[in-house]
Design a binder for this molecule. Structure first.
Ligand code: GLV
Length: 378
């Protein structure tokens, strides 16, 4: 019986090989920030209120001027198409049917064009700053051609954080059958049939666009060869001047950076430590959310990710001033567990948890969320 995101995570663990599961489940180095994201959310307690009319609690809100059915979006995650065949397409479809945004990652398996062709609602597109700025330019043009409704620029990955699990597991893109993983793969026949021997198995946005991309072996190699560790706010200006639509800057964890992001023309910032995958030892996102919200002071939207495993976690972020949350790991677990139906189930679980939590804190809807919902908002 699936009642929670944790149930979906357990199912995912049984259905996909260890190396793929760990790519989502893990963080960098000792995973302190990964754990802090969840622990600090857990430590917040709700203030129960009674005898408030909560009979028509509405979760609907807007993000970047678009109406959404609940304050949640699917975060850009690399390799979703290795968690389930056509994973990005299924995620985009589930999100569209639910009325929430889906953000496609540059490191996706299905390409921008694949997702565009298979869906009929605009999605967001994420990119990093690449050494080959011509590739950034090309990605921007592809996102415009696909009518993406926002561009999300990731700021916190000038180089890849070291993820010990990936190194230990020998994670490779495309996934390969080896002596080491033979038993693991043999016990996941459905995954092997559809993904390992399926048609899309490598970085869809690169193949055919970057010479030699098909031969890349792992994420570290990919990022070392492409990612621009010299990028600064001036490069963000460069993107801003080329992308005509809404710009979301992701990876802000500091009030000063929040002000710089605003000055660079952000329409929204995402308070994020990359799900604990980059700077281990950085604070949890929920602990810095209030100072970023204060620094932004209503001048653009503030979203947050990191450790969201339930609608209750979303409620805590809303209470501290976020407009919406984003889910990365929770999305990948749901996708691996049961494809599109799994993602729909995860979203349904979170929606119900959020509705009940708003009601029991005496909050008549997502728009009315605020610090009154917590016993100690800090
Ligand atoms: C990519 O952004 C990753 O975190 O693996």
């Amino acid at each position: 019986m699936i009642q929670s995101i944790d149930d979906l995570r357990k199912l995912a663990k049984r259905r996909i090989p260890r190396a793929i599961f760990d790519y989502a489940d893990g963080g960098s180095y000792q995973e302190r920030t990964l754990r802090a994201n969840a622990a600090d959310l857990d430590a917040l307690t709700f203030r129960q209120r009674v005898m408030v009319d909560v009979s028509s609690t509405s979760l609907a809100t807007t993000v970047l001027g678009t109406e959404i059915s609940m304050p949640l979006a699917i975060a850009p995650t690399g390799l979703a198409g290795l968690f389930h065949a056509d994973g990005e397409i299924l995620g985009a479809r589930a999100a569209a049917a639910f009325g929430i945004p889906f953000c496609l990652s540059t490191m996706s398996i299905c390409s921008i064009e694949d997702v565009r062709a298979a869906t009929n609602r605009p999605f967001w597109f994420q990119q990093y700053l690449m050494r080959d700025r011509g590739f950034n330019q090309a990605l921007i043009e592809r996102a415009i051609a696909a009518q993406c409704s926002a561009l999300m620029l990731t700021l916190d990955l000038p180089l890849l954080g070291e993820r010990w699990r990936d190194a230990r597991n020998g994670l490779s893109i495309p996934p390969r059958l080896s002596l080491r993983n033979a038993w693991d793969v043999a016990t996941k026949p459905a995954w092997a049939m559809k993904v390992l021997f399926g048609k899309r198995r490598t970085f869809g946005n690169l193949v055919g666009h970057i010479p030699g991309a098909a031969g890349l072996l792992n994420l570290a190699e990919w990022t070392h060869s492409q990612f621009d560790a010299s990028a600064t706010w001036r490069d963000v200006d460069w993107v801003r001047s080329r992308w005509p639509g809404r710009l979301i800057l992701k990876g802000v964890l500091d009030a000063e950076d929040a002000r710089l992001a605003l000055a660079a023309g952000a329409d929204a910032v995402v308070v994020s430590n990359h799900g604990g995958r980059q700077l281990d030892g950085a604070p949890s996102t929920i602990s810095v959310l209030p100072e970023v919200v204060a620094a932004i002071d209503g001048r653009c939207e503030v979203l947050f990710d990191g450790g969201i495993r339930s609608g209750q976690d979303i409620a805590k972020g809303l209470a501290l001033g976020a407009r919406a949350g984003l889910i990365g790991k929770s999305f990948l677990f749901a996708l691996a567990a049961a494809g599109e139906a799994g993602v729909t189930q995860a979203l349904t679980i979170m929606r119900n948890e959020l509705r009940v939590t708003l009601a029991l804190t005496g909050t008549p809807g997502a728009a009315a969320a605020g610090p009154h919902m917590l016993t100690d908002p800090g």
